[in-house]
Design a binder for this molecule. Structure first.
Ligand code: UT7
Length: 368
């Protein structure tokens, strides 16, 4: 087992997920950390999601495979996260390849002429290259006449890209915008780090935005950042501040580093607060919302939000047990699956919430 394992399992072999709210020890501790909050919210209507596409790689990596290969504590990953398996991209796939596959599916579902797409936004923190952007690779592979740019907000990347694309649509400066969340996390995690590697998987999701009716779009949204917490989830070397050296690579400093326990404490706080704020500002209750789609990081974070906010299970869509945490792809991949199951209809209210490195978060109440 990796020496960086942040904690030994409470009861080895017990696969039943502990619900946080039923743990008096944990209740007595909360909340212990102070994080930046925001009361800023905005509204952006006249925007519609006209189609969704998703792509998950073929290769399934089970917990058992990782436990056998790296000596992870049997049952730890499922018990502490709810994740049973994840997908890994093929060796010859880059993030743009996943993004293009998801985008093609979204374009086909909408039945639009690709020539009409004039904007490509890609939320990713695992780009094919530092430069050029993944969005430019996607634009080229799809043969589009479109502006193209990446947004780096890690697991909030799709929500930042969605809100950005919506601005272009609402102003009429874009007729059809392709908003993509795509990440290949398997390439940046330290494979033997039990506290990080088994949580993450690879995927891409894409939505097509177009002008909608005046009551469609982001009835209320919040994009937040707390850079003071940046070191809680980062890749400390490889950028301009600390360029790569052979020694840094040898010591594994180029991998994603996560202080999972403190990220967890931040997440349960920010997720409940931002969702409550959005609902209050929009003047809607939990009952009015058809579906809640939260970033698929850890079932215990989602369970905690459901418990505090009083959200019934049938209103929450989760797929993390099969795909793990796919960072910027997490929300659009879940949306696509929910849509395929007939859970999203025109006029429905959908609450989406992304959170992750930066620290960043993005929450939106979207009238479909
Ligand atoms: O995608 C980007 C965002 N990434 C994440 O959201 C990942 C967040 N982290 C995790 O998913 C988990 O921390 C790991 C799976 C990485 C590790 O799990 P663990 O080692 O079983 O720790 P934990 O998550 O159960 O607990 C983390 C901390 C603990 O505090 P201490 O003992 O380290 O001081 C818990 O007591 O969170 C504490 N905690 C709470 N604190 C306040 C748990 N529930 C609560 C609560 N209020 N309701």
């Amino acid at each position: 087992m990796n020496s960086q394992n942040p904690v030994a399992p409470a009861k080895t072999g017990d696969l039943v997920l502990e619900r946080i709210e039923s743990n008096p020890k944990v209740q007595a501790q909360a909340p212990r950390l102070m994080f930046r909050k925001s009361n800023r919210t905005n509204t952006l209507t006249g925007v519609a999601v006209t189609s969704i596409g998703a792509y998950v790689p073929d290769r399934i990596v089970t917990n058992a495979e990782l436990e056998n290969r790296y000596g992870f504590e049997p049952g730890w990953v499922e018990k502490r996260t709810g994740i049973k398996e994840r997908r890994y991209a093929a060796d010859d796939e880059g993030t743009s390849d996943l993004a293009v596959k998801a985008a093609r599916r979204a374009i086909a579902a909408a039945g639009v002429d690709p020539a009409e797409i004039d904007l490509v936004l890609v939320g990713t923190f695992t780009p094919d290259y530092t430069c050029p952007s993944t969005a430019c690779l996607v634009q080229n592979k799809l043969g589009l006449d479109a502006a193209a740019v990446d947004l780096q907000a890690a697991c909030s990347g799709f929500m930042y890209a969605l809100a950005t694309g919506a601005q272009f649509i609402a102003t009429g400066n874009s007729k059809r915008a392709l908003v993509i969340g795509a990440d290949i996390n398997s390439r940046i995690v330290e494979p033997s780090d039990q506290g990080t590697a088994p949580l993450f998987g690879d995927a891409a999701g894409a939505v097509l935005l177009e002008a909608g009716s005046s009551n469609q779009g982001l009835l209320c949204y919040q994009l937040g950042a707390d850079g003071a917490g940046g070191s809680m989830l980062d890749r400390p070397v490889g950028g301009t501040a600390r360029p790569l050296t052979a020694d840094l690579i040898t010591s594994g400093q180029h991998y994603l580093k996560m202080d999972g326990r403190n990220v967890f404490k931040w997440a349960i706080q920010v997720v409940t607060e931002t969702i409550q704020l959005i609902l209050d500002r929009a003047g809607v209750g939990v009952d009015d919302v058809k579906l809640f789609v939260l970033h698929q990081a850890n079932i215990r974070i989602i369970d905690h939000a459901m418990s505090v906010l009083g959200i019934p299970a049938h209103k929450v869509f989760n797929n993390l047990e099969r795909v793990g945490n796919t960072s910027a792809a997490s929300i659009p991949v879940a949306l696509e699956e929910a849509n395929r199951q007939g859970k999203l209809e025109s006029g429905d209210l959908v609450l989406m919430c992304g959170f992750g490195a930066g620290l960043t978060w993005g929450t939106g109440l979207f009238r479909w």
